[in-house]
Design a protein around this ligand. Structure first.
Ligand SMILES: [Zn+2]
Ligand SMILES: [Zn+2]
Length: 140
């Protein structure tokens, strides 16, 4: 009987420091994380939930911006990240990969090969639509 009481007291008094709210809390306040050394999240439940909420909120707001919408579209349609897209644009020196005309970043289109599932390059509006007409909707 005494033994059991001691056991309970132990788990209740065992504490862990939360980096989020900078408090020493009983480990029961922490969620589980199998990848962590002590199998607990490094933030308490409260902080963890708040962090996730903020993260979601931030992502939601980002997706409302022009850049966020572009990023989502690029990933969904072509499997490239916005970073890769920008890099490609820089690599092409801001020019259409087809005709070499200088194109502003906001007006660049992705030339995508649906057979190889690869981005051919970035093109200007004119070349983009020409390609669609010529190849029967091969690019978009
Ligand atoms: Zn906390
Ligand atoms: Zn062009």
């Amino acid at each position: 009987m005494i033994h059991m009481t001691m056991e309970t007291t132990k788990t209740e008094t065992e504490r862990k420091y939360c980096k989020g709210c900078k408090r020493d809390l009983p480990i029961s306040k922490f969620g589980k994380d199998q990848s962590a050394k002590d199998k607990l999240l490094h933030q308490c439940r409260e902080c963890h939930n708040r962090y996730q909420r903020e993260d979601r909120q931030q992502r939601k707001e980002y997706l409302r911006t022009k850049e966020g919408q572009r990023s989502r579209l690029l990933e969904r349609k072509y499997g490239v990240t916005l970073k890769q897209h920008k890099q490609l644009y820089t690599d092409q020196k801001g020019r259409c990969s087809n005709c070499g005309a200088s194109i502003p970043y906001d007006e660049i289109y992705v030339s995508y090969n649906y057979e190889t599932k690869k981005v051919r390059g970035l093109v200007g509006k004119r070349c983009f639509f020409q390609e669609i007409i010529m190849k029967g909707g091969g690019v978009i």
